[in-house]
Write a protein that binds this ligand. Structure first.
Ligand SMILES: Cc1cc2nc3c(=O)[nH]c(=O)nc-3n(C[C@H](O)[C@H](O)[C@H](O)COP(=O)(O)O)c2cc1C
Length: 321
């Protein structure tokens, strides 16, 4: 039974992952997508991971077998629990680079990348993809894609349950306009019972997660968790039977105490993901103003605690539920 935090550029950086892990010991985390070129240029340092982050999956994107081999050598010592290939990104920049969603139509090439990565490491290799391209809902291409890439050794797939529409709509609209087709992911699960199929896209309540976990090997959730990180407490309580209890203040204080000095000095990045913690409560606006002031003045990050003094208020414990 697995629940995954979806990879999200600009969101699932080390700061948000730290926050997520404090709230949820059980959810499997993903890095943001990193291109093989960027990793090779040396940007991998920011992916040095801490023990507390596990389980953690790195997501790579690219279109060059030798570079995938080089990247595998770079990341395999760093302790990632899985290497994931992004074959679902519809962004025009990514597609222009020849990778992402357009590679659904190049199963043989992707199979080569899978085999190349596997020749260098024992770490499992997985693929995150979509059901197909454009407005065609035929599953022929994705079936061929899974057949070919699984024959090369990939047996874990994360399926965003909609097509990608390239050249026409924005990346953002590609996350809402192509209709969700859970029934087609189910067909894939039935066709490939021996393969791990994790479902993704539009899942935003606990009952859905429970139902999906009865069918699929795992459930991946992105925006719902980012928009409301406390949803992770429900997942912990109901899906993983974790009865820990803590207040939002406990989460914030633990988060601040886990930042090293470099992270703490990077206030903009360190604080932006905390914005939604009080969403939907009467403190939401005051909290956002407090964070904004902290980021835009020379105050040390520790002053975040002043929020609780100024508001002279004791929080209820959240019973992970
Ligand atoms: C801001 C943002 C950035 C994203 N970046 C990535 C990414 O780096 N790699 C990827 O495979 N998917 C990316 N996605 C797609 C998500 O992983 C996920 O497939 C999508 O949001 C659908 O899941 P959800 O409805 O639970 O959010 C991104 C989504 C968002 C909202």
């Amino acid at each position: 039974m697995k629940v995954f935090l979806a990879p999200m550029v600009g969101r699932t950086d080390k700061y948000f992952r730290k926050l997520a892990r404090i709230i949820s010991p059980n959810v499997v985390l993903f890095t943001e997508m990193i291109t093989i070129d960027s990793l090779i240029r040396g940007n991998f340092k920011k992916y040095l991971i801490k023990d507390t982050e596990h389980p953690l999956i790195i997501q790579l994107a690219g279109d060059d077998k030798d570079k995938f081999i080089e990247c595998t050598k770079i990341v395999s010592d760093q302790g990632f629990d899985e290497i994931n290939l992004n074959i679902g990104c519809p962004s025009s920049k990514v597609v222009k680079g020849g990778f992402g969603a357009c590679q659904i139509e190049e199963p043989a090439k992707v199979a080569e990348y899978v085999a190349a990565i596997k020749s260098q490491t024992q770490i499992p290799v997985s693929i995150k993809t979509r059901l197909g391209l454009g407005y065609d809902h035929d599953l022929k291409n994705i079936i061929e894609f899974i057949q070919t890439t699984s024959a090369a050794g990939c047996d874990i797939y994360y399926i965003h349950a909609r097509n990608a529409i390239l050249n026409g709509i924005s990346t953002r609209k590609n996350r809402s306009i192509p209709p969700l087709r859970y029934h087609d992911v189910l067909k894939l699960k039935e066709l490939f019972p021996q393969i791990n199929i994790h479902i993704n896209g539009g899942i935003n309540n606990i009952d859905e997660i429970k139902n999906m976990l009865n069918i699929y090997d795992g459930v991946m959730i992105g925006r719902k968790i980012y928009d409301n990180p406390l949803f992770l407490t429900e997942i912990e309580n109901i899906i993983f039977s974790n009865k820990n209890s803590f207040s939002i203040k406990d989460i914030v204080c633990e988060y601040i105490s886990q930042l090293d000095s470099e992270e703490a000095s990077n206030k903009q990045y360190a604080l932006k993901h905390l914005t939604n913690l009080y969403k939907g409560t009467q403190l939401s606006k005051k909290w956002r103003i407090h964070l904004h002031n902290l980021i835009n003045t020379s105050q040390p990050i520790d002053n975040i605690r002043n929020f609780y003094v100024e508001n002279n208020y004791e929080e209820k414990k959240i019973n992970c539920s």
